[in-house]
Design a protein around this ligand. Structure first.
Ligand code: 13P
Length: 250
């Protein structure tokens, strides 16, 4: 019932030439957009170039957005600017942005609202640290991130939002969460959506798992009832590997 999603997060990788080579290599090899939403989230400076060449079955996303439409925020990119490039998605609240750029649940909430008002579809990240997992506070961490992140967002707006559960200890470490562990956390997020909105909203929302997803682990993760797709860093950088992830996701 929920269309699967395979989203690559390139982080701060690839020059313009490397990105274009990737796009040409994948463009006619991805599953049909009726079956899968295939997305690449790239550095802001190359978004327009990628959108122009995205083809039928790939969509492009940004990795961050400011919440203001314009202003004295040196170095930042606004949702108006992103929208004008033709990108469809934007990752918000990634743990690397929370850790290195002081993003909080409150700024993530402002960014989600700003993105929605400029027709960008947010991919909202949440997830616990290793210490929180070991302390047994994973659920309360997720509850705080989801409740504050989605504050004052209406049920009809939720329909364009994708949530990504990314346990920080699994990101870039090669230490993928077990499929059961990932499904349990995504199921908990789904139950929070039911509590905050409705059963209908929780049945509809797409929840991705991210953290060392590879062509080896993707099938088992995708087979879990609460996991609708992947948000993939390292394994999305290689064209063949991204194509394989997309094929295995459907
Ligand atoms: P890796 O797949 O490299 O662990 O990165 C995950 C991630 O942070 C995606 O947003």
């Amino acid at each position: 019932m929920r269309k699967p999603v395979m989203a690559g997060n390139w982080k701060m990788n690839k020059t313009r030439d490397e990105a274009l080579q990737f796009i040409y290599a994948v463009s006619d090899k991805l599953p049909s957009k009726d079956k899968l939403d295939s997305i690449i989230c790239a550095p802001a400076i190359i978004l327009r170039d990628l959108v122009k060449r995205q083809g039928d079955n790939l969509r492009i996303g940004a990795q961050n957005s400011h919440f203001a439409e314009s202003g004295a925020y040196t170095g930042e990119v606004s949702p108006v600017m992103l929208s004008s490039t033709g990108v469809e998605y934007v990752i918000l609240g990634h743990s690397e942005r929370r850790a290195y750029f002081n993003e909080t649940d409150e700024t993530v909430n402002l960014k989600i609202k700003a993105a929605l008002s400029h027709d960008l579809k947010p991919i909202v990240c949440c997830g616990e640290s290793l210490e929180e997992r070991e302390n047994g506070t994973t659920h309360s961490v997720l509850e705080k991130q989801i409740t504050l992140g989605l504050k004052d967002i209406k049920e009809e707006e939720l329909e364009t939002i994708i949530i990504a559960y990314e346990p920080i200890w699994a990101i870039g470490t090669g230490k993928v969460a077990s499929a059961e562990m990932a499904d349990e956390a995504c199921g908990y997020i789904r139950s929070l959506i039911e509590k905050l909105y409705s059963k209908k909203a929780s049945d509809k929302i797409r929840i991705l798992y991210g953290g060392s997803v590879s062509t080896k682990s993707v099938s088992e993760l995708m087979a879990q009832p609460n996991i609708d797709g992947g948000l993939v860093g390292g394994a999305s950088l290689n064209a063949d590997s991204f194509i394989e992830l997309c094929e295995k996701a459907i």
